[in-house]
Design a protein around this ligand. Sequence first.
Ligand SMILES: C[S@@+](CC[C@H](N)C(=O)[O-])C[C@H]1O[C@@H](n2cnc3c(N)ncnc32)[C@H](O)[C@@H]1O
Length: 281
Amino acid sequence: MQTTLAAALETAAVTLGGGDGGRVDAEILLAHLLDWPRSRLLAYPEAPLDAATAGRFASLLGQRAAGVPVAYLLGAREFWSMTLRVTPDVLVPRPESELLVDLLLAELRDRPGPTVLDLGTGSGAIGLAVARERSDAAVWLTDACAAAAAVARDNAAAHRLGNVTLRIGSWYEPLPAGLAFDAIASNPPYLAAADPHLASGGLDHEPRAALVGGDTGLEALAAVAGGAPGRLRTGGLLVVEHGCTQGPAVRDLFAAAGLVAVATHRDLAGHERATAGRRPG
Ligand SMILES: C[S@@+](CC[C@H](N)C(=O)[O-])C[C@H]1O[C@@H](n2cnc3c(N)ncnc32)[C@H](O)[C@@H]1O
């Protein structure tokens, strides 16, 4: 028997737990399957849903109910007003990481033709946002995961960003000798290996290598900070994202690496989220 969009959405919202979030997710998934804007679902609640689409909708709902992020089900996520392809090989880009883009663009405002590095680029979110805003910038991306790097490469091509160079390897290791940057950004993995959040909130579907920074959670941040002075131009800026309780430890890592003017910035929720420091002149 054929159902209507309204009836299918009502059942779906219950499948996803009955809250507003479940209803919104159901609308996003159904709109994606129909290739409609979400608003059109609400304008035509009595429209029929054919059996084939209903079957595909049920399959997506089952995966969503099992905790698979909506972005993986759609294969896409918005970041900095760009639609980025995402796969289970990359972290789903988070809105709070746009703080790093803000800080980079402010830093580079008066610097023509800057060189910029995004370490652990994943989908390419941070580096590609800078490359799009600053067509005069030379933006380098690295990631240790070849499958993640392939997604970043696809995203650079989809957005026709010709000012991007991608390298596969650990942090600074795949970069040409002697190359130095005006600014380096990184959102490295920063959870501790035993962090209880890893088993919840959808994180169990994202790549562990994108989430876990080592036993303490600070290991990747230490590698990024430790290598920065050797890759920054004099006065150049390193900015990293980190967990909201890691600010003091990250400031210590920056100081131990010899970076100066170290400062931590808060995200829109008021949490310490990003720390910046400079190579001394
Ligand atoms: C938290 S994700 C960030 C992804 C993306 N920058 C973002 O903000 O959405 C961390 C990324 O670091 C990469 N990564 C982990 N260890 C690495 C290493 N040793 N060298 C380079 N990249 C690494 C992971 O593959 C993952 O893509």
